[in-house]
Design a protein around this ligand. Sequence first.
Ligand SMILES: [Zn+2]
Length: 264
Amino acid sequence: MMQDDLPKRCGKNKDGYRGESIDPDNILGQLEDQSKAKSWKTEHLRFGNTSRESLLFLESRDTHHQKRVLISGGIHGDEPATTAAIAQLILNAELPGAISYYVFPCLNPTGMRRGARENAEGSDLNRDYFKKQTNEVQTHLHKLEALPRFDLALHLHEDWEAAGFYLYELSKENTPAIYGRRILDQVGKVCPIELAEMIEGMPADRGLIHPRHRYLDRDDWPEAFHMMRHKTDHCLTLEAPSDFELNIRVKALITAVQTAIRIL
Ligand SMILES: [Zn+2]
């Protein structure tokens, strides 16, 4: 399909409009109730005093196969397509089989309830994985310590400024990107790809950002840096463009996740 035939931008963010919000408690409640019947194990990881202050964690182990995949979303509360995509992947059984999955569908529930990027205290959780000052990140890291290494980590995001979908592929120093182009080829059938040559200050090749060197050399680590240092050799940060309808962003993220796992 040509980019011309694909869905168009909404132009929503012009007037300070911040997009559709979803009710994370409703979606996460459904996920918790209905995933058990599909042999997922669920757990609430408390990060505060009330039961609303907890991170939902889901796990589905395939004992016959060794491949392990981590999936996370909702670390920025104004990126509802990420949690919605993860819920759909699990509830509609759209994740490829014969893999063990470890899933954090919403790492920032207090932000998502308000439709805000930051948590209730105003912290950007995805800059806290080096300093580890927030309760949410400490709780997330505590759980990660108890989990094995992953063959692949997938982090779902949205970007308000992007004209199309793009992704960051992190791999071991001086190793090639092996997922990015194939994922973008598939996502490009349902959502335009961001074609800017620079994205967030980094050189991009038709939606693919593949930083090779010294990217851990800063102290505002996103989740992906922690994963690369401690939990995996391969990490993809998937960025859906917020200025498209929610169902398009969800479809784009689902396509990216499914394609990445099939390559694995
Ligand atoms: Zn984000």
